[in-house]
Design a protein around this ligand. Structure first.
Ligand code: HEM
Length: 505
């Protein structure tokens, strides 16, 4: 029997055409499928052996059965994903169920999975079968071929080994005073008594945090130049460049890609200067620690590799954190009881002292607020992997190269995992013990071998900034909170930039 659920058009609205049937599979290409070229036959054997084990594994089968999804053109689906991602995700979930397919420009099939057991299969699969680097190839154009995002296999493991230590435990604590001082500096510059965009203000703050804590750049002129370049590189036009390949043509300084390439060259020059300084003089910043770690391990990174990783940390780290903060504050400002409780907790635990790493374990409600905001409004809506070989997932037989997209946004709004899922209720995270299964219902930082490298830093930064703001400022919403999201490059931010007005506390 065919699936009679309605299809969704590219705008995310439900239309009347029948969804592709689950039981009458579409066979792509029509040729028999053995192990694809380039796949190690030993791994094929291992895959056959692994057949008796549970979990996602390669399945060399001539059958291809894709999940249902919209029938509109790939270009229209891409535009809907860029312009109205939440509406599209919600409509597809309602029309096709927990596993569905979207087709993006270039004929790329993305299989969205939302059930925890399928998310788990993707995150715990052999990283040689579910490639993130290949799936992220578009980012390599922005961040360079040595970017952690763009790497797979041994090269990825090597870079991750070197990048993890500078972000770990004790090192985080060292950035506390810097983050609090930066927050106070920015707060002093925010306008009083007239509306401004909280999202923009927080982006400026988290950008400076990356410049200082990661790049070791502290002089005001360079920071201002960097800020201007980043704004141009992360504009709405740049988001389109990531998704629409034919726009990536350098037709001179006035063409979108031409402008982008020139901007990147200017940014590169500043980054190479920072690298030369860190090599010469060392320092406490993440760049200097990364160089130190790579030399210590006898695996020194070249200037190009370091430049690509700096761009990666910048691209991955500033807007995500700013967006997480903007959502958290917007949600709090729209929930006066929660706001008062968070403020009272900061007052009780921190008083008038500088918020620090020592205070954080006792700021339990603030911690719950951050978790709940990252659940409701995850800055990054999906994680992505690309199949290196055909595989079976959620009852579908997927060909090699299919993109798997554990859908953070939908999974975290699943009423089975989170009753009354659209409500902002930080209490649900109070005293909660999230076991291993629950890890696949809350995963704003992705999972498995590619889980966000900056997770600890981001949570630490968010809580210190929030505590500092709650302690020293009274923010009021300047417009009713709609909860609507809009895309900015790869993140989903509060629509309209979350306008607020500020009074001193
Ligand atoms: C609230 C803030 C943040 C959120 C929501 C976030 C989210 C994510 C997500 C969803 C991924 C993909 C994981 C996957 O594919 O499974 C990721 C990867 C990554 N993130 Fe973050 N991130 C945040 C902050 C940061 C910060 C502060 C940094 C560094 C300064 C950072 C650096 C990275 C890097 C380098 C990767 C790639 C890891 C790899 O491919 O091995 N992120 N992040």
């Amino acid at each position: 029997m065919g699936d009679r659920r309605p299809a969704v058009d590219a705008g995310g609205s439900v239309c009347s055409a029948a969804a592709p049937s689950r039981t009458t599979p579409r066979v792509l290409g029509g040729r028999a499928r053995g192990p694809p070229a380039g796949v190690d036959p030993v791994r094929s054997l291992e895959a056959a052996r692994a057949a008796s084990r549970p979990g996602l594994r390669a399945a060399y089968t001539p059958r291809v059965v894709l999940p249902p999804g919209p029938s509109s053109s790939a270009l229209l689906q891409t535009l809907a994903w860029v312009r109205r991602p939440v509406r599209l995700m919600r409509a597809c979930r309602a029309a096709y169920g927990p596993t569905f397919r979207l087709r993006f420009a270039g004929g790329r099939d993305f299989v969205f999975v939302t059930r925890p057991e399928h998310v788990k299969e993707v995150f715990t699969a052999d990283p040689g079968l579910v490639l993130a680097g290949r799936a992220n190839a578009a980012f390599a154009r922005f961040m360079g071929p040595h970017s952690l995002f763009a790497l797979d296999g041994e090269a990825h493991r090597r870079h991750r080994r070197l990048l993890v230590p500078p972000f770990h435990g004790e090192r985080m604590r060292a950035y506390g005073p810097l983050l609090v001082a930066l927050t106070r500096r920015h707060l002093a510059r925010w306008p009083r008594g007239r509306p401004f965009s909280l999202t923009a203000a927080l982006q400026a703050l988290t950008l400076d945090a990356i410049f200082e804590a990661v790049f070791g750049v502290t002089d005001a002129r360079t920071m201002a130049r960097l800020t201007g370049l980043v704004a141009r590189l992360t504009s709405r036009a740049s988001a389109l460049l990531a998704f629409v390949p034919f726009l990536r043509l350098d037709l001179g300084p006035w063409s979108p890609w031409g402008r982008f390439v020139r901007c990147r060259a200017e940014l590169d020059a500043i980054l190479f200067e920072a690298i030369a300084r860190a090599r010469r003089a060392g320092g406490e910043d993440i760049l200097a620690k990364l160089i130190e770690e790579s030399v210590r391990r006898g695996e020194p990174l070249g200037d190009d590799e370091l430049r690509d990783e700096l761009l990666t940390l910048l691209g991955a780290g500033h807007e995500t954190t700013a967006t997480g903060l903007a959502w958290t504050l917007s949600r709090l400002l729209a929930a006066p009881a929660a706001l008062e409780r968070a403020r009272a907790e900061v007052q009780e635990v921190v008083g008038q002292a500088d918020p620090s790493a020592e205070h954080l374990p006792r700021l339990t409600f603030l911690d719950a607020v951050v978790q709940e905001a990252l659940r409701l409004d995850p800055p990054v809506p999906i994680a992505v992997r690309q199949l290196a070989a055909p595989a079976r997932l959620a009852g579908y037989d997927l060909p090699a190269d299919t993109r798997l997209a554990p859908c953070i946004w939908l999974a975290q709004r699943d009423p089975e995992a989170f009753p009354d899922p659209d409500a902002f209720r930080p209490e649900r995270f109070l005293g909660a013990r999230r076991g291993p299964a629950a890890a696949f219902t809350w995963f704003p930082f992705g999972g498995g071998a590619r889980v966000c490298i900056g997770m600890a830093f981001a949570l630490f930064e968010m809580k210190l900034i929030l505590a500092t703001l709650l302690q020293a400022a009274r923010l009021r919403p300047a417009a009713a909170f709609s909860g609507r999201a809009e895309r900015h490059a790869i993140v989903l931010t509060p629509a309209g930039g979350a306008p607020v007005t500020l009074e001193d506390a």
